[in-house]
Design a protein around this ligand. Structure first.
Ligand SMILES: [Mg+2]
Length: 264
């Protein structure tokens, strides 16, 4: 966690979701919800994550217990900012970039081919779909999409263990997929997932969309994420020149939010 980053004049705080505001695919904890409500009273807040809009609503918004007046300060960028939702008397979709049927077919074929090339055999037991069609994004989850929904804390532990052991494999498969799909964007997410979107869509795209739609200069933003390291799915945000703060998990994030509330 960097502590030297200047936070004064912060107007908008961008968070990654999984591993930053919540444990992976887990519900927002009450203490984080409280801290975020304090932040929303003072700043604009955007959340960019790989999960679907439905997942954002379930895991994050429904647990935030936020009065509607403050929800106007909250902006959601699910599926790696391939879609944007804001609150104006209810949640409204501002944009979306769905993948074509042909692109989705190409992704399914590439996944099969790359697994063969890498000699990767998926485990016999997975939880829910492994390759999920998220409309504007296809996501491959090595343990299955529903491992946390089905197993709870045990699922979180399984994902952490898998990540510790298999991150080089995940990064290698992501690189091979990117070669096979040159006109698409392939990103290894924080834990057990690889996300595939249209070309040019990553967290940098998300930051620029936030700048454009909300008219907040990038210099007045700060981006907080758990995967800002090289190859991580937050690293792209750095291309925009946005200030970034790397965190190890939600506990770090709460500390940073408190700093912003004091200094920013
Ligand atoms: Mg993350």
């Amino acid at each position: 966690m960097k502590s030297a980053t200047k936070l004064t004049s912060t107007k908008l705080v961008i968070f990654d979701l999984d591993g930053t505001l919540t444990e992976t695919k887990s519900n927002l904890a009450p203490d984080m919800a409280r801290t975020l409500r304090d932040l929303l009273a003072k700043k604009q807040v955007a959340v960019i994550g790989g999960g679907t809009y439905r997942q954002f609503r379930r895991q994050f918004v429904s647990r935030l217990n936020c009065p509607p007046a403050l929800l106007g300060h909250l902006f959601l960028f699910p599926t790696t900012a391939t879609a944007f939702y804001r609150y104006k008397k209810g949640w409204k979709n501002v944009y979306g970039h769905p993948l074509s049927k042909g692109k989705k077919r190409a992704i399914r074929a590439a996944v099969r081919e790359v697994f063969k090339m890498a000699d990767y055999i998926p485990p016999k037991k997975t939880y829910g779909k492994t390759l999920e069609d998220r409309g504007s994004q296809m996501s491959y989850s090595f343990l299955g999409q529903d491992v946390v929904a089905l197993l709870g804390a045990k699922g979180v532990r399984m994902k952490e263990e898998w990540t510790k052991k298999n991150t080089p494999l995940k990064l290698r498969i992501a690189r091979m997929l990117q070669k096979k799909l040159p006109d698409l964007e392939v990103h290894a997410a924080g834990f057990t997932t690889i996300d595939i979107t249209q070309k040019g869509i990553d967290k940098a795209y998300g930051v620029r969309q936030i700048e454009k739609v909300l008219k907040v200069p990038i210099k007045d933003m700060v981006f907080i994420g758990d995967a800002l390291y090289k190859g991580g799915n937050d690293a792209a945000a750095k291309k925009t020149g946005v200030k970034t703060i790397a965190v190890g998990g939600p506990k770090d994030t709460i500390k940073i939010i408190k700093r912003i509330l004091n200094e920013g």
